[in-house]
Write a protein that binds this ligand. Structure first.
Ligand SMILES: Nc1ncnc2c1ncn2[C@@H]1O[C@H](COP(=O)(O)OP(=O)(O)O)[C@@H](O)[C@H]1O
Ligand code: SF4
Ligand SMILES: [Mg+2]
Length: 359
């Protein structure tokens, strides 16, 4: 296959907002408002940003679990939005989603074996009962559980194990793409590391591509090849993961990075913490959407909406002023001290000690 596995252009979702007894249309929530990105086979793109910026909506639009207001989603070159329902059903097998709360997405009355058998039957992936049982056992082992776990119910597992079950169910249909929406956000740090390690090893084994959605930059550093930073329905910066951590350009990205907690209490850092709330997506600020919270905002930022401009290296920034901004001194200092050690020591430690055994 030439070209990216997934190509998203101009993607938008405006949710109608209705009020009053007659449901009068009072406006639209511009949850996603013109988003472009691509994802290659076997690659991980993280989408990060504060709660409410539109990450989950992007994830659902990509899988066409929601119908977009505008834009296109191409999977292996095929425009998903133009596909009739019958063909979309076939494509669904290639794209799976896992959520933050696996318990909510696992049927509590079904044994794990029945739950994993369901997609196998639906897509005719195991011709006999015996083949199905074998495959269910394999799937459980792939995610670090044991074949005999097939007889248990979801409530008999820990949070980390349930996320493993959700991953096993996604893998059952042999997808090429998994959208993982905050898959480790509800888990303890050490368990987060184990689940991320599992996702990485499955990716290496099966060539999976991930859209990994998270509000936590520290987490995505360990899994993403590239990161897209979202603010109020738009992408404001994209870059390779190392490049984004080394040279954050957009004032919003800088603020997010400076909000990543430092595990070492002896390190003092100037914090460009975000002030004020994220504005309403019903009424986003004109010009640059970030101008109401940007400490570098100037007059023109209230009027001119910046484009996401690529510098030719794959690093794109939606702020025309970034070359003129002062360097982020705190981040530069951290870099000299090895960001991983300082910023992410706690998470790193968890990775080193984490094992592939069931959590
Ligand atoms: N079904 C819906 N109807 C109306 N508004 C919605 C709906 N789903 C999400 N939104 C709004 O869209 C915006 C983006 O939501 P979401 O994609 O869930 O953000 P995130 O995942 O980044 O927290 C929010 O303002 C949210 O309230
Ligand atoms: S365009 Fe202006 S308001 Fe927006 S991020 Fe850049 S400096 Fe800040
Ligand atoms: Mg979300």
């Amino acid at each position: 296959m030439s070209g990216p596995l997934l190509e998203v252009q101009g993607l938008a979702k405006h949710f109608p907002v209705r009020q009053g007894a007659f449901g009068r249309l009072s406006g639209h929530v511009r949850a996603v408002d013109g988003v472009d990105f691509h994802l290659n086979a076997g690659e991980t793109l993280a989408i990060v940003g504060e709660s409410g910026c539109g990450k989950s909506t992007v994830g659902r639009l990509v899988l066409r679990l929601l119908e977009p207001t505008g834009g296109s989603v191409r999977f292996e070159g095929q425009d998903l939005l133009a596909l009739p329902d019958s063909q979309m059903r076939a494509q669904r097998r290639r794209m799976q989603i896992i959520f933050q709360d696996p318990y909510a997405s696992l049927n509590p009355r079904m044994t794990v074996g029945a739950m994993l058998s369901e997609p196998l039957m639906l897509h005719r992936l195991a011709p006999s009962d015996a083949a199905r049982r074998t495959r269910v056992g394999e799937l459980l082992e792939l995610v670090g559980l044991r074949p005999e776990h097939a007889r248990r119910y979801p409530h008999e597992f820990s949070g980390g194990q349930r996320q493993r079950l959700a991953i096993a169910r996604a893998l059952a249909v042999e997808p090429q793409l998994i959208v993982a929406d905050e898959p480790v956000s509800a888990l303890d740090v050490s368990i987060q590391a184990q689940v991320i390690n599992l996702m990485r090893s499955l990716q290496a084994r099966f060539g999976l591509a991930y859209v990994f959605i998270s509000h936590d930059l520290a987490v995505v550093k360990h899994i993403a090849d590239r990161i897209a930073v979202m603010y109020l329905g738009k992408i404001v910066e994209t870059a390779a993961t190392d490049e984004l951590f080394r040279n954050p350009r957009h004032p919003y990205t800088r603020a997010l990075l400076s909000a990543v907690p430092l595990p070492d209490p002896t390190v003092v850092r100037e914090r460009a913490l975000l002030e004020g709330d994220i504005p309403s997506a019903m009424n986003p600020p004109p010009g640059c959407r970030f101008h109401t919270r940007c400490r570098f905002a100037r007059e023109s930022c209230r009027v001119d909406a910046p484009l996401l401009a690529d510098d030719g290296t794959g690093h794109s920034t939606a702020c025309p002023w970034w070359p003129e901004l002062p360097p982020a001194p705190s981040l530069v200092e951290d870099r000299a001290d090895d960001q991983d050690r300082i910023r992410l020591a706690r998470l790193q430690a968890a990775f080193v000690t984490s094992q592939m055994e069931a959590t």
